[in-house]
Ligand binder design. Sequence first.
Ligand code: ADP
Ligand code: MG
Length: 627
Amino acid sequence: MNRKQRIMLIRIVLSALLMIILNFIPAEGALRFILYLIPYLIVGYDILLKAARGIINGQVFDECFLMATATVGAIALAIYEKSGDYTEAIAVMLFYQIGEFFQSYAVGKSRRNITQLMDIRPDYANVEKDGKLVKTDPDDVETGSIIIVQPGEKVPIDGIVAEGESSLNTSALTGESLPREVRSGDEIISGSINMTGVLKVRTTKEFGESTVSKIIDLVENASSRKSKSEDFISKFARIYTPAVCLGALALALLPPVVRIIIGMAPAWESWIYRALTFLVISCPCALVISIPLSFFAGIGGASNQGVLVKGSNYLETLSKTKIVVFDKTGTLTQGVFEVDAIHHSTMENEKLIEYAALAESASSHPISKSLQKAYGKEIDRTRVSEIEEISGNGVKATVDGHLVACGNEKLMASLGVKAIPCHSAGTIIHVAIDGEYRGHIVISDIIKPHAAEAIKELRKSGINKTIMLTGDREKAAAKVAQTLKVDDYYAELLPSDKVDKVEELLRKKSEKEKLAFVGDGINDAPVLSRADIGIAMGAMGSDAAIEAADVVLMDDDPLKIAKAIKISRKCLKIVYENIIFAIGIKAICLLLGALGIASMWLAIFADVGVMIIAVLNAIRALFVKKL
Ligand code: ADP
Ligand code: MG
């Protein structure tokens, strides 16, 4: 509890005690009024001030205005009727403040919980200086520095293990509870926790560019992108409150006037009382609080499972997803190719690989990484110049003065080189040197362990259609598509063809069904931003992908797509429950109030009760582990 909340609690208790004590003091007239004014002001002065400020600033119709008018009105009635019953006004303020107190406490607590769940921000990095460890602000550590991560500490900055062996707990990042073993030469990402051994790490990024900073940025900015439901609620509140005030005014004036016309006693007091009750009931705080809180909890729960959702609007779209389109390489397959064979080579195999690896040295495509691994030696970049990557086709470069081209048949055709076709099912990298065909390298990719299960899970959770797009050859694509049992696949697509294909799919489906595209950002970042919702692979994926995507899967596990969809559906269900519940109860109470059945007491109970239930319901969105 913070200071503000403690003071509020003291005010509530003090005012409640005074109110009870005053019941036993037989004061009359002006003295009675002044005595009762004390607890009323203790608990409600800030509401009155806010209401006054609202009126001065021209923003009249808010909750404070409703509460102030209702209670001041009740006091005025009590004076007019000479009943001396001021308790009701105090009680309304009191309960309203109890509700506010509970809400600020619950919201504060759940926000803290969520931030703690994602408590991945490292406080320091250990830099070795003169044989001693110095705790340094991660922001001040330069790229390429050596830092020491001791058991139990968080890895503060992305890097490569230079010395030591250990297992890492990455659950805060990926939701994956199995520890990951690392040794010298392995990449490690910030935010994971070192469990067993001391690690010397050479940093490869600045803190601001490291995984952990990016995640924190994403989540902190998530709440600024509002969902339609949230928009609806704020618009609703804007129209609703003035409407209710008008309704109250009508309720106070019309029936008495009608009664006068038809010759009855006007009964002003009774109708004004009903109008004031009406105002108390109409307070829309349950909705205004619980809807954003539900989304916040949903996003928090998802990030705890390794799924980063960049805003509540995306959570909403995700829940309506019916079509999922996948990129193949790096998304459904691991994007780690092994060289299987070399065919029709007119030079030594090693030499062919060497030329290919050198030509590919600047590409970030998984194919390039694999060829460099197959080459196995350090790349001498001085031998390579004039590199040109033709995305979705391959690369051209000058190596040792020779023009080397490697890529698919389309690339060869564009150079006027006749490629020898290959009958293997793998991906084929044709190599031409100085315009002459020099053979091809057959490489193959491994399907991700959870890929087939992921497709099955998606179908089970109500996805109508799964489609795979790839720039790879028909043969390689067909094999993957059959193994995974996707509904449809399209091969040999250039990056722009992928955009066209997705646009065609977007045109064909209905507005209500949403289309998600899942990719790693290599040759597909434009598609990620074009789809209704773009899901990127966070670990393997390029920075462009993480930038362009709306949802990021931290551990690249395709099974998380179904999980993300389930989380979003649970969250949206809670949102709708709260909307219907709160508006429903309000409507009933308003009716009862207008009919004179509900007293102001009942009204305030209903208001606070609805809010507490709605907030508790909202917090449920945080618990998504078992989905
Ligand atoms: P996917 O759609 O499966 O992710 P891409 O669009 O990234 O595939 O690439 C499509 C095809 O283009 C690859 O299968 C390969 O034949 C060729 N290609 C793309 N980039 C390269 C590269 N850097 N080197 C060689 N071939 C490449
Ligand atoms: Mg790709």
